[in-house]
Ligand binder design. Structure first.
Ligand code: ARG
Length: 566
């Protein structure tokens, strides 16, 4: 039973809209007093040539109500529906119990492929907090789409080519050795990279020296290539440790270097299609008509550029995966870059250019004093996770020192707190990360949701130890305000997930989890569970199980673990 379709069936005749159209426009009002579902009548004003509030009143008078609703009322331009609470409880609970950890998922995306380019760090430095947004947002979207039945391809488009490697090779050859690298790994590379920049301030000659190394890499010099590949992998291996903590893996690691020998083909095709123009020795595509600066395809020395590589990569992804959509998660400073190369692909005649989507986000910073930067002035993600886990362990030691496996719980909660914290606001907003906010067990945080999940789990474990068997649930006992609000929050979860996926906004899902957790805690305080009896206890326990499953599923979709005990 789906409530929106039920409304659609009742209204499709009255409203002169198809059932699908009605279904899509039904809303869930934030305030329960205004009904549990609402149909906005504005959109009918034109076709019916009547004011929306008149339409709402007429509909309320003429409607033949389905028995799953108690009443329908007009309120201004809205027609509001009030569900029958007992059937609502039964409907939602039986759906969640039937689907378990698959509740909310579906086959919406059957036969469709979504490619998601995310994280995609430049591998000439360690994994720092600048990568956190792209990594967590991309990974969340990846899981959302997978859960909704899409074939998903996660691409880590590594920045594994370019001038930085010239600097790194120069630095290594001047100030390091195989032994030192063996011992220091990524730290050693960072050391020489930082030193390069320090020295280059004093000695402008270093720029040219680094450039010579770069040319060697580009020309395929065996020794230079070997070092380049080795350095790339040292950084990548190190990053994999951090990905693992976030439960992230990728389906493809085709990075910038993979496209090196596929660029001439791009330039040739552009030339053939009369899109390439020469300007000061460089080859460009004019985009003035579209109110954008020119897109640089080939440098005057023949070298290729970021847009050219992205064009080659987009063509490759289409060939390889035949995508329905191809997403790119990067910060908003790259807006122009994406708009430009999307446009170039469109001009090349690729109709699917409209299916390329840039998903921009704002800036992430730490509140002052949150964590000190390592060499090179960046805060590393592993340091941030370590610190968070350490702080959580302190809290556990204070509150629940006998907790089994407390180090591993602290890791799950510590990493989860950070991931949840960055996925809690609209991605386009700049975010200043604060420990106070992220680790508060009573706030709108990861630890709060995890703690609520653990609380529900523990009620269920204890219930199994009760001697007096379970009776059939009496859903009539779940019509009090607290139970009803919880059931509503759980009932809204599948829609929230779809909205989050459609808008590429994981925070919509995070907020839905907080609503479920808050509603559960109110329910838990108002209604005795283990101390209630018979059919009432059975109903409450079913609701606890639904809560636990939804929280676990939701946390999992965000990439956060759900420990049973905290
Ligand atoms: N490596 C780039 C950076 O660190 C991000 C790459 C994003 N993906 C892309 N296809 N351009 O800023």
């Amino acid at each position: 039973m789906d409530y929106k379709s039920e409304i659609a069936k009742m209204l499709s005749g009255l409203a002169g809209m198809s059932e699908d159209e009605v279904c899509l426009s039904v809303e869930i009002p934030a305030n329960t007093a205004l009904g549990d579902f609402a149909f906005p009548c504005h959109r009918l004003a034109k076709s019916l040539k009547k004011a929306p509030n008149v339409i709402a009143a007429d509909m309320a008078a003429g409607i033949k109500l389905s028995p799953v609703f108690d009443r329908a009322e007009a309120a201004g331009p809205y027609l509001n529906f009030f569900v029958n609470k007992e059937t609502f409880a039964e409907n939602i609970i039986s759906k969640v119990l039937e689907k378990g950890l698959n509740y909310g998922g579906g086959d919406d995306g059957a036969g469709k492929t979504v490619v998601i380019d995310y994280s995609s760090p430049n591998v000439t430095h360690e994994f720092h907090i600048g990568h956190l947004f792209s990594t967590t947002i991309g990974a969340a979207l990846y899981r959302f789409y997978k859960f909704l039945g899409y074939r998903t391809i996660g691409v880590n488009y590594l920045g594994d080519w370019g001038t930085q490697f010239g600097k790194l090779l120069y630095g290594y050859n001047s100030w390091s050795s195989a032994e030192q690298l063996e011992k220091g790994g990524a730290d050693e590379l960072t050391r020489v990279y930082v030193k390069y920049h320090d020295e280059a301030v004093r000695d402008p000659g270093l720029e040219k020296a680094a450039r010579e190394w770069l040319l060697k890499i580009e020309a395929g010099d065996a020794c230079a290539r070997e070092l380049w590949w080795k350095f790339r992998n040292i950084y990548l291996d190190k990053m994999e440790e951090t990905y693992k903590r976030m439960d992230i893996s990728f389906d493809s690691y085709r990075g910038e270097s993979y496209y090196n020998d596929k660029m001439d083909a791009v330039a040739d095709e552009l030339r053939e299609k009369n899109l390439l123009v020469e300007s000061d020795g460089a080859q460009i595509v004019e985009l003035e008509q579209y109110k954008m600066p020119v897109c640089l395809i080939l440098r005057s020395d023949g070298g290729t550029l970021y847009p050219t590589r992205d064009i080659a990569a987009a063509l490759d992804r289409m060939r390889e995966y035949g995508f329905y959509k191809s997403l790119y998660v990067t910060d908003m400073r790259q807006n122009l870059h994406f708009a430009q190369f999307f446009k170039v692909l469109e001009l090349m005649g690729y109709e699917w250019a409209k299916d390329l989507v840039h998903i921009p986000y704002g800036l992430l910073s730490l509140e002052s004093g949150a964590l000190s930067a390592r060499k090179g002035n960046v805060v590393l993600l592993e340091d941030l996770f370590d610190e968070s886990a350490k702080r959580i362990l302190d809290i556990i030691n204070e509150k629940n020192a006998d907790l089994p496996d407390k180090e591993s719980v602290a890791e799950d909660v510590g990493v989860g707190a950070i991931v949840f914290g960055v996925l809690y606001t609209s991605r386009i907003k700049d975010l200043v990360f604060s420990w106070e906010k992220a680790l508060n067990f009573d706030g709108e945080t990861g630890p709060y949701v995890q703690y609520t999940h653990a609380r529900a789990s523990s009620v269920l474990v204890k219930s199994e130890m009760l001697e007096d068997g379970l009776e059939k649930a009496d859903y009539g006992s779940l019509t009090d305000d607290e139970s009803f609000e919880l059931i509503k929050a759980i009932g809204a979860f599948p829609d929230k997930l779809r909205e989050a996926a459609d808008k590429y906004e994981p925070f919509i899902l995070s907020r839905s989890l907080v609503s479920v957790a808050q509603a559960f805690n109110k329910f838990y305080h108002e209604n005795p569970i283990l101390h209630s009896k018979g059919t009432v206890r059975a109903a409450r326990l079913e609701l606890v199980k639904c809560t636990r499953d939804v929280l676990k599923t939701g946390l999992g979709l965000l990439g956060i673990k759900a420990p049973e005990k905290m």
